[in-house]
Ligand binder design. Structure first.
Ligand SMILES: C[S@@+](CC[C@H](N)C(=O)[O-])C[C@H]1O[C@@H](n2cnc3c(N)ncnc32)[C@H](O)[C@@H]1O
Length: 275
């Protein structure tokens, strides 16, 4: 168990690399699009985010990211992971569904098989229906639900007020051609002095909520925003083809999004008191 005090001191538990390996090897058994690098980064968020509160996942699908977060959170007593998804895919009326299980059944079996069921609280619901009754502070707000601009903005707007100081917001698919996550990250997070350290790991865009001293990180956030802003467009998704797609890929290559060194990261996000 990692104590709250331990999390704010810029120290990583000595067995973290093993736990990150376990998180990835459990997550990779679940169908989904989270990469090795991203699963390890989620394990890092769950382990070392220096704030009190719960981990909220918006958009669970079959449980790949839930298992990555849950494996680390359970190991360090740093949960729970609250998973919110209507689990409506495939719909019972989809042609050809036949006897395929619903994503809800697949999700439950994945979480059980990974041994993290007791660290995951499931809400079969839309995020916008959970938000009005939400009162718990958030250590980690993981947004991987509706990737349209209005959808991603709504999730950020509804839950940002619950982010604990020192907590993290992270958007999946920010470096894939979806209009919402990258635009909300650039326009709402990177421009705001409420946020401090920020970056990308794979297609995850992340930032730390630092209401007391976020302004000190403005030059770094601005430098990142200059590169990331070139990816903001309301014509992504299926409209991205040919030369425009090539240009978008070139612009994406200019945004640093390599693997995160866990030790350097923990030091970067160590609580303001330590700095
Ligand atoms: C990209 S998938 C999530 C992938 C998952 N995190 C993983 O690691 O495999 C998007 C999910 O978001 C869910 N979703 C869409 N809109 C939502 C909303 N408003 N609230 C909660 N979940 C939503 C969908 O049902 C779908 O399962």
């Amino acid at each position: 168990m990692l104590t709250e005090a331990g999390r704010g001191k810029g120290l990583l538990p000595p067995d973290f690399d093993l736990v990150a390996d376990r998180a990835w090897s459990a997550a990779r058994r679940v169908h989904g699009h989270l990469s090795d690098r991203e699963a390890r980064f989620l394990a890092l968020l769950a382990t070392a985010t220096p704030a009190a509160g719960v981990i909220l996942e918006i958009g669970s699908f079959k449980g790949r990211s839930t298992v990555a977060l849950g494996t680390a959170a359970r190991h360090y007593g740093a949960g729970p992971v609250v998973a919110v998804d209507p689990f409506t895919q495939p719909s019972p009326t989809d042609p050809g569904r036949g006897s395929l299980p619903s994503t809800y059944e697949t999700f439950r079996s994945a979480v059980r098989a990974a041994g993290v069921e007791d660290s995951v609280e499931v809400h079969q619901a839309l995020s916008q229906d959970v938000a009005p009754g939400w009162t718990r502070p958030l250590r980690v707000l993981w947004i991987d639900g509706d990737h349209t601009y209005p959808g991603a903005k709504r999730d950020f707007d509804l839950f940002r007020r619950h982010l604990a100081a020192g907590g993290m917001v992270a958007f999946h698919d920010a470096l894939h051609p979806f209009e919402g996550p990258i635009r909300v990250f650039v326009e709402e997070v990177l421009t705001s002095d409420q946020f401090g350290p920020a970056g990308f790991c794979g297609s995850i865009a992340w930032a730390q909520h630092r209401p007391a001293d976020g302004g000190a990180f403005l030059p770094a956030r601005r430098a990142l925003a200059r590169r990331a802003r070139r990816l903001v467009s309301d014509a992504l998704g299926r409209d991205l083809k040919g030369l425009r797609k090539l240009r978008w890929k070139l612009m994406r290559a200019l945004v640093p999004h390599g693997p995160v060194d866990p030790r350097a990261w923990v030091n970067l996000v160590a609580s303001a008191e330590k700095r």
